[in-house]
Design a binder for this molecule. Structure first.
Ligand code: NAP
Length: 362
């Protein structure tokens, strides 16, 4: 099969570099275009990124001599791009919204890591195993906005990726959830590069990440929603309260979760069976970036741990442990996901694979 030519907007950032790492050797997609800010434009990728390259490998040969484009130099977009991943940071969300819709208007689908369009009702916010059916809102978006082939699809915030699949699996099995209390311990790579100053985070925990608690509490409502006439209609049936903290870990967001069910309460054995057997469309289609087991439960008393478990199944699995009864709610557990893989580049690659399988990108 001939590979689809794809672009990366924001290719020089932390998430952009993860795309490079994960896409080298991808069976369906080939990196053909790289774009970043005007500071990097005109340089080779190697020149633009070499002072801030964070991946545990050399800059791949396949991309190091590509010339970086300015994201907003629309004339220079190669004509044969199938779609772009977006991982840009700009001064305002409105600027990002405008750039992403401009690509869509030009016929180029955009799969974005950015929060700018997460609350645009006709833009799907996809977590592959949970709401893959939300891609069917794309024709509504195209009609609403006069896009012919292009569209924008986004990925949710990395903080909720660790716990939401485990919660969704229980809801799908008929155990409706009433309330969740979440405390996240989030890795420094989540703040991009150079990110949090070392003097703030080494030997420390920072009990605040701007905007993160709102995203952790609100984005699940859209992800668990249904498609209505004009876009996604949120499902607000789970009440969520969160505290998000930054900890001195490189990669891997951990979450401590307390659950209260609405009426039926499963036994511990039932919960473990549901998690162990959980599979969804990405696994049924055997997509290249689908984890074999989306939820891995470890019964060691002290797992999951970021250093030991973040890379489970290509960094795409959620690793869960410490399921136990809770004195105040019904149960509590600990969950982990790799923030720059599952929570960012890898999660978006899986979305692109779903979109290709369903014929939205060609
Ligand atoms: P980052 O390391 O700061 O990278 C930012 C990227 O945006 C760079 O490629 C930069 O290019 C580019 N950029 C900056 N100003 C620009 C401009 N005016 N026009 C066009 N491009 C511009 O950030 P990141 O951590 O990769 O995050 C990227 C996005 O993903 C953010 O929206 C973030 O919230 C989201 N995200 C991050 C994570 C994570 O774990 N890090 C997880 C999920 C989602 P230059 O190199 O040329 O400046």
């Amino acid at each position: 099969m001939e590979k689809l030519k794809i672009g990366i907007l924001g290719a020089t950032g932390v998430v952009g570099q993860n795309y490079i790492k994960l896409l080298i050797g991808h069976p369906w997609f080939q990196i053909a275009d790289i774009a970043a800010s005007p500071r990097s434009a005109g340089k080779t990728y190697e020149e633009a990124v070499k002072e801030k390259w964070q991946m545990p490998m050399l800059i791949p040969e396949e991309v190091k001599n590509l010339i970086v484009r300015d994201v907003q130099d629309y004339e220079s977009i190669p004509k044969d791009l199938s779609f772009v991943f977006s991982a840009i940071v700009m001064p305002t969300k409105d600027q990002i919204k405008e750039v992403e819709f401009k690509y869509a208007k030009m016929g180029i689908p955009v799969i974005s890591n950015n929060s700018a369009h997460r609350w645009t009702p006709d833009v799907p916010m996809i977590m592959g195993e949970i709401n893959h059916a939300h891609v069917n809102v794309i024709p509504i978006q195209q009609k609403n906005r006069g896009f012919e082939k292009g569209f924008v699809a986004v990925k949710p915030n990395c903080s909720l990726q660790s716990y939401l699949t485990a919660i969704y699996a229980l809801e799908e099995a008929g155990y409706k959830i009433d309330k969740l209390i979440i405390t996240t311990l989030q890795a420094v790579s989540g703040a991009g590069y150079p990110g949090v100053p070392s003097l703030d985070v080494v030997d420390n925990v920072v009990p605040y990440i701007g905007g993160e608690e709102e995203k952790t509490e609100q984005e699940p409502h859209k992800i668990l929603g249904k498609i209505g006439d004009d876009g996604i209609v949120n499902d607000n049936s789970i009440q969520i309260s969160s505290t998000c903290t930054r900890v001195p870990v490189t990669d891997g967001h951990l979450a401590s979760v307390n659950i209260k069910f609405k009426d039926k309460i499963p036994s511990k054995e039932e919960i473990l069976k549901i998690w162990n057997e959980f599979k969804s469309l990405p696994q049924e289609l055997d997509l290249p970036y689908a984890p074999i087991h989306p939820i891995i439960y470890l019964d060691n008393i002290d797992r999951p741990q970021p250093k030991k478990d973040r890379d489970n199944d290509k960094g795409m699995a959620v690793t869960v442990g410490r399921l136990r009864e809770d004195n105040v709610f019904d149960y509590k557990f600990v969950a982990l996901s790799h923030n720059t893989v599952r929570g960012a580049a890898g999660g978006s690659i899986l979305t692109a694979e779903i979109l290709k399988s369903k014929g939205f990108i060609k």
